[in-house]
Design a protein around this ligand. Structure first.
Ligand code: UDP
Ligand code: MG
Length: 306
């Protein structure tokens, strides 16, 4: 018999948790061949989330909770949930019913019968989200995929079911600054994407504002790329080119390289050299930073004949 661990990070979700439990319990009822456990991670909520989780644990022995000492963020909550999950399949779900529980049956079927290791939902539209947030997040995915050599779909969230092999691989990433979407993409394995319609959260408010989203985006890029460090190098290179062109122009127009012209060219040149060396330094630091994460060097899917 399979066991599916449903991992739910919760931060101030008193308004939706009862509905989430009701709807999800209803959705998994017809799924045969698998038992379920719910792992709620209370990420330092200051409302009645804790009491609600306590009631759920009393009421339903499939429910468990982990409570953080303060708010550590969704990524930390997901990691804690996964670490404590005992199922041979694990699925991450938001507490606000933006991840339709009806998809659980399909995800399980895909993993069980189609040979995929992971089945991930993606939002086919972004209804119910502000236009600015929409445009900015589109832009972000374009940039991060380019810079980080990742393949993250715009609209791909954290709603995904995976087998034990994928779950264990994700747990091998012990870095503190966790960017789950990047890690999902980084570990590889065969993923099937299934679309779902975006809905507004059932109740309560989103925990993200412009500032935290921006920080999330920067963290995502810095966790997977050293491209920002090469930016200084590119700027230095361009400045160097500009310096030579300026000097050439002065010489060709008969002004000669003396007086103010010479000083300007020297300042430009020195600044360009500084930027280039800054970039070299940045490359070393970023190499060391990536090493310090101690990520797995490779991830094995199958071996035979040993
Ligand atoms: N969440 C969390 N810790 C946080 C912020 C959010 O555990 O610091 C949880 C939240 O309770 C919800 C999920 O992460 O279950 C998604 O959060 P939210 O709905 O606010 O994000 P959005 O859907 O707006 O991206
Ligand atoms: Mg939400």
């Amino acid at each position: 018999m399979d066991k599916i661990s449903v991992i739910v990070p919760c931060f101030n979700e008193e308004k939706v948790l009862p509905a989430f439990y009701r709807e999800t319990a209803k959705a998994i009822e017809p799924i045969s061949g698998a038992a379920f456990e719910f792992i709620f991670v209370n990420d330092g909520s200051s409302d009645h989330t804790q009491e609600i989780l306590q009631t759920l644990v009393y009421k339903d022995n499939r429910c468990k909770f982990i409570s953080f000492s303060r708010n550590f963020g969704k990524e930390a909550a997901m990691y804690a949930g996964l670490k404590n999950a005992s199922g041979n399949y694990c699925v991450f779900m938001d507490a606000d019913l933006q991840h339709p529980p009806a998809l659980l049956a399909e995800m399980y079927r895909v993993l069980k019968t189609e040979g995929y290791d992971c089945c991930a939902g993606f939002r086919e539209d972004r209804a119910g989200e502000g236009r600015l947030r929409n445009a900015l997040s589109r832009c972000f995915y374009k940039i991060i995929n380019k810079l980080c050599d990742l393949n993250m779909a715009d609209g791909a969230g954290d709603y995904r079911m995976m087998n034990r092999m994928v779950a264990d691989s994700i747990l091998e990433f012990k870095e503190y600054n966790r960017y789950m979407k990047g890690i999902f993409s980084f570990v590889g394995f065969d993923t099937k994407w299934i679309p779902f319609r975006n809905v507004e959260r059932a109740a309560g408010e989103t925990k993200w504002n412009f500032g935290s989203l921006f920080q999330y985006a920067v963290n995502g890029i810095l966790s997977f790329s050293s491209a920002p460090a090469t930016l200084a190098g590119t700027a230095g290179g361009l400045l160097l080119l500009f310096t030579f062109l300026t000097a050439l122009l002065l010489l060709l127009t008969g002004h000669g390289l003396n007086g103010t012209g010479l000083i300007v060219c020297l300042i430009l040149f020195l600044n360009a050299v500084q930027l280039l060396f800054l970039s070299i330094l940045g490359q070393y630091i970023s190499k060391d930073y990536m090493e310090s994460k101690k990520r797995p060097i490779y991830i094995i899917k199958k071996t035979e004949g040993f």
